[in-house]
Ligand binder design. Structure first.
Ligand SMILES: C[S@@+](CC[C@H](N)C(=O)[O-])C[C@H]1O[C@@H](n2cnc3c(N)ncnc32)[C@H](O)[C@@H]1O
Length: 402
């Protein structure tokens, strides 16, 4: 028989191998700690979450930090099981990334095979995260995604453990999470997009244009960018007025809309920061542009101080409001204006300083850099006529850092 023919040495090694595999099987799985962010707003929620988690086999310790909505679980159970159980019970939960122990997790040389395996595992987890974060991704792809859908439906129905304000908090929290996810998605999309530029502007900036005449400046940007979803073009005039005043007004507005631009009429620079037509106050812009602000052509002359004061009032109103809706970091307010006398008497820079803005750049304005742009007088009998821009500059301001 084969065993009888075996040498004593071979027998020993076989026995050793058997023993070691036996030991491995007998060893319990390693105890791990994992953290989750869970919708916990009150003691009731805390108790509920603790009960759910401690009932899972392999969970040894559950620590809950209500303030931070953070749950730490120590045990031999997989984090995905914890997540599933919580979501199934109607709780909003996400796994928090593991924070490596700087002492225990000193970088070790990595076996390329292992590296690939880890990468795949990471991708799977990420897919789970994306499925929960994106409205367009199909949540059916992963089990967790499915549960997440169930969970959000439950939350819509106002599910709460105690009912003591938890419901409101949960809806608010859900909205916040969705908002955050949307902005992350938006940022990712922007990063992937090819940058298209025209002059100082590009398709990745959220741009607000005010005091438009026949909307030809906005359209010039829109055509250069292809898609104009990053633009909000506005006029003080109503659409009817635009149609009456400018021969190309209506067509320009229509083209802008087909390119995805948001077009809003009746926006006054004196009140635009709180104008609901522009959306939420939380909507902040990278660039806010007003080309050739002007209070209107009356019977007077541009030299008269009274008219200069009227024009200055428009600029002041614009700056005051623009400051409230421009981004703190990197946001810019642009005014294009003639620089020769008497227009230099407007003292654009001083007006900006009064409003807490500082000039960061002044560049010569060349209207031919904006194909199709036809600057308009905007008022009076010749409202649809262009005026010679002569020597003009775009003044670029930023909020003064206090
Ligand atoms: C000289 S036109 C320039 C029009 C246009 N920006 C252009 O470059 O062709 C001045 C513009 O300022 C606008 N405007 C004047 N007062 C305003 C206000 N309070 N709010 C918004 N726009 C105003 C007028 O409607 C007019 O379209």
């Amino acid at each position: 028989m084969a065993t009888e023919e075996m040498k004593p040495d071979t027998k020993k090694t076989e026995q050793k191998q058997k023993q070691s595999s036996q030991i491995k099987e007998d060893l319990p799985p390693p105890i791990k700690s994992c953290s989750l962010k869970v919708s916990i707003h009150c003691e009731g929620c805390k108790k509920k979450v603790k009960k759910i988690l401690t009932s899972i086999e392999g969970v040894y310790i559950v620590y809950i930090d209500v303030k931070q909505h953070k749950v730490t679980v120590i045990g031999i159970v997989s984090p995905e099981i914890l997540l599933k159980k919580l979501i199934k019970a109607g709780k909003n939960a996400v796994l928090l990334p593991e924070i490596p122990d700087p002492v225990e997790n000193k970088p070790k040389p990595v076996d390329p095979k292992e590296k690939n395996k880890k990468k795949k595992k990471g991708e799977n987890l990420q897919r789970t995260d994306e499925a929960t974060s994106s409205g367009t991704d199909k949540p059916e792809k992963t089990e967790v995604g499915k549960s997440d859908k169930l969970e959000s439906e439950k939350n819509d129905a106002g599910e709460c453990c105690t009912g003591d304000g938890c419901e409101v908090a949960s809806v608010k929290e859900k909205k916040d999470v969705l908002k955050e996810k949307d902005s992350v998605k938006e940022k990712k999309k922007k990063k992937k997009m090819k940058t298209k530029k025209l002059g100082e502007y590009n398709n990745k900036q959220k741009i607000l244009l005010v005091g438009e005449g026949d909307f030809s400046f906005s359209l010039s940007l829109a055509r250069a960018f292809g898609s104009a979803t990053n633009l909000t073009a506005t006029s003080l005039d109503t659409l009817e007025e635009i149609q009456l005043k400018y021969k190309n007004g209506k067509a320009n507005v229509e083209e802008l809309k087909t390119r995805g631009c948001t077009v809003v009429h009746g926006i006054n620079v004196h009140s635009m920061a709180k104008d609901r037509k522009l959306g939420q106050r939380s909507e902040l812009y990278d660039r806010i542009i007003f080309n050739f602000p002007h209070s209107g052509f009356g019977f007077g002359c541009e030299n008269q101080s009274y008219y200069i004061m009227l024009h200055q009032a428009v600029v002041r109103g614009f700056m005051k409001n623009a400051k409230k809706i421009v981004k703190d970091v990197g946001g810019e307010i642009h005014v294009t204006h003639k620089t020769a006398h008497p227009f230099n008497e407007w003292k654009i820079e001083t007006l900006a300083e009064e409003k807490g803005l500082c000039l960061i750049r002044e560049i010569e304005f060349n209207k031919f850099c904006f194909p199709g742009y036809s600057n308009k007088r905007g008022s009076g009998r010749r409202c649809d006529s262009s005026f010679p821009v002569g020597k003009s500059s775009t003044f670029m301001f930023q909020k003064r850092i206090v």
